[in-house]
Structure formats: C-alpha cells, structure tokens
Write a protein that binds this ligand. Structure first.
Ligand code: ATP
Length: 378
C-alpha cells in the first residue's frame, strides 16, 4: 500500500488561506481521520493529495515519490465522496466494473476482480440489481467496491457517510474499519463528527482555520489536548474552560501559612486551586491562565468533601445514563456573564436547583493553558 507525506502544504483561494503550511506523514496501512469544523481546510487538503487541487507551496510524496506534477489518475489513489454517487442506469456489476472498463482491462480480469470485491463486501447476491433497488448501506458498499476494484495505493474519503441515517452510520463505521484492516489499505477519512473520528482513527489530525492543531491517537487528542481549540472541540459536553489568574496566597491572606505558594484563582469566583510544584514550574512567567477540566473528572457530592469546594446547583440535566449538573461558581459583575462548571454524574445523583453541593477535581486530570497563546502549559 502507501505512505503519504505532506511537506509545508499551503493553498490559497484569493485572500482565503484554505490550508496553511501543513506537515503530515501518514504511514503505510494507517487509518487517519481529518477532523475539524466546517471550512477548516479538510477537503482542500484531501483534494491536494488526490491531485484535484494544486498547492501554492509545498510538496506531496506518495511512497517517497514527489507527485505534485502527476495527474489524479497517475497518483493511483481512490477518492470516495459520498458513497451514493453511483450510475443509476448501470447494474451493481457494471458500476463496480466501470473503472476497469475505462482502462480497457480484459473481460476475464474484470470478472475476477468484481467477484473478488463483491465477496469482500458481501454484495455477491446484488450484482444484477440497479442502485434504485438497494438500501443506503448497500449503495455505500457498491461505491466502495468501485473504488477498491482498481486496487489503489490508498483511499481518500470525504464525509462518505453523511447521507446515511444515524443507525446505519454507526453500523457502517464498524464495517468500514474492519474492511480497512482486512485490506491493509492506507486511508484518509474526512469528517466533522468527532465520534466517527474517535471510533475509527488510528490517528486523528485536528484542523482549525487551515492549520494543523494536533495529530495524535484518539486517546491523546482527548486526554492531552495541546491547544484550547482541541480541548473544546473534543468531547460532549465539552471541557470546562475557565479564565484564571495565578496569585500568591500570602498576598491574599497575610495570615496564611505556606509562605507565598502560588495558587490559581478562577476569575469572578471564590475558587482557588493549589498547584503542584511541577505545574508551577511549567507555568513560568505567564499568570493569565485558562483552567480546563472535563465534566467526567469532577466529583460532586451532597456530603462535604475534605479540601473540596462548595457552591450551588444551577441546573440539572437528566440524560438517562448520566446527569449533567451545572454548578454556579460566580458572576462577572461588569458583563453579567455567569461562571459555571459542568459536571457529569451518576443518574442517581439528582440534587435540587439552588441546593449546595461539594465538588472537587481529579488533580491528575486538570489542564492549564496560556490565555494569550492558547497552548497547553501543564
Ligand atoms: P466542510 O467540512 O464544510 O467541507 P472543510 O474543512 O472541508 O469544510 P474546505 O472545503 O477545505 O473546508 O475549505 C477551506 C476554506 O477554503 C473555506 O474557507 C472555503 O470557503 C475555502 N474554499 C474552498 N474551496 C474553494 C474554492 N474553490 N474557491 C474559493 N474558496 C474555497
């Protein structure tokens, strides 16, 4: 199969920088997902790899060979858009055979390859049907078969499941991942659906405004976000992100013991969080911080928690398998904005709105970002 390498790829459309200096190596047989909000440059990057867009700067390599000047057909890569794009007047057999007929393959070779692909995709029984007599999932498999039959070096897939209903999407996710393993096919898959990305990717490439924010395994991008954007984008409900300021405790309370140990004050609240020596050393000079903690890493209780915090419940959302509890931390008196902390709890935990609760953070699971650079610091 294939290794794909991008070096300093930039693509502009007039004043819009669609892709901004992207560097990336996709390994042989790897399943990489491009993830990001609409307009972040996912499709443009994919089209550049396919040869459908020409980058203004940078080089693209497939298996070590620079392919900038090669036409899409000569790159030996299959581009799969939405799986529905079938020829309605042709049978399933002829739809799959189409790319081989186009290159004038022999009849016996076409027959052999179509049967092979149909067996892998389990659509042998449907070869004589027209697309109008197929379900959405079956049509999707036929379109995939049409891409596979050429035995390309790699597959590029642009939101291929966006037309499917939610249940079928979940089924196809599993099926596609299994198929990719079986074929050992290098695959780049574009989506803006984080669950799709988390469930299928070996590595996720998170993009924002044309730039690459982070590359990592699903576990890494979820648990060790390198930027505020990634922290906020991954997870539902998203990570709590609260502005904070580093303060020396002795200055706040001259009677306090501990001789000037810095702590993080969450702005517009009474919450002060003690920091570990390691966190303090990493923070260095910056004192304007964004504090981040995921809803599932907050412990909430109706009983006092030693060294914990107390505040009132603002809202309770019962979602069946979990509850989301909004805890009121304070209010910005200038803007009127309230500062809330969203915690995920067991469904049996149902405090009343306005009730006082105790809470604490899992110290190993808090994230600190520099407010100016929006990069992680600890
Ligand atoms: P989506 O998820 O909505 O498909 P995307 O992340 O794939 O978005 P791109 O389609 O790559 O984003 O677009 C990146 C930026 O480039 C956007 O601002 C888009 O408007 C712009 N763009 C893309 N193609 C063109 C074009 N042919 N002409 C002008 N601008 C374009």
């Amino acid at each position: 199969m294939a290794e794909i390498k991008l070096e300093h790829i930039t693509k502009r459309f007039g004043d819009v920088v669609a892709v901004d200096d992207i560097n990336l190596e996709v390994h042989d047989q790897e399943f990489v997902v491009f993830l990001g909000p609409s307009g972040c440059g996912k499709t443009t990057t994919l089209r550049a790899i396919a040869g459908l867009e020409h980058p203004d700067e940078g080089d693209i390599f497939i298996d070590g060979k620079r392919v900038n000047a090669l036409s899409p057909a000569d790159r030996d890569i299959a581009f799969v858009f939405q799986f529905y794009a079938l020829y309605p007047h042709l049978t399933v057999y002829d739809n799959i055979a189409f790319p081989l007929k186009a290159v004038k393959a022999s009849k016996s070779e076409i027959q052999e390859r179509v049967r092979e692909v149909a067996t892998i995709l389990q659509i042998q029984e449907m070869l004589d049907r027209k697309p109008s007599h197929l379900s959405g999932g079956e049509m999707q498999r036929v379109a995939l078969g049409r891409a596979m039959v050429r035995r390309p070096k790699a597959f590029l897939m642009d939101e291929p499941m966006s037309n499917l209903d939610a249940k079928l999407r979940v089924d196809m996710r599993t099926e596609l991942k299994r198929l990719q393993h079986r074929l050992g096919a290098t695959t780049i898959f574009v989506t803006h659906d984080q669950v799709e990305a988390m469930s299928m990717a070996d590595r996720i490439v998170i993009m924002h405004q044309g730039s690459l924010q982070q590359i990592g395994t699903p576990h890494e991008v979820y648990n060790q976000p390198q930027t505020v954007f990634v922290a906020q984008f991954m997870g539902s409900p998203s990570m709590n992100l609260i502005d904070g300021t580093i303060q020396v405790q002795a200055a706040l309370n001259p009677d306090a013991t501990g001789g000037g140990q810095p702590a993080l004050h969450l702005n517009h609240t009474d919450i002060r969080i003690e920091l570990s020596a390691e966190q303090i050393s990493r923070i260095g000079q910056s004192d304007e911080i964004i504090f981040g903690v995921r809803p599932e890493h907050i412990v909430v209780s109706q009983e006092p928690i030693e060294k914990g915090f107390t505040a009132t419940v603002h809202l309770v959302e019962a979602l069946g398998s979990v509850n989301i509890i909004d805890i009121f931390l304070g209010e910005n008196s200038e803007t009127g904005d309230i500062v809330l902390l969203r915690a995920r709890t067991h469904p049996a935990f149902r405090p009343d709105v306005g009730q006082s609760v105790w809470f604490d953070f899992d110290a190993k699971q808090v994230h600190l970002f520099d407010r100016h650079t929006e990069q992680v610091i600890a």
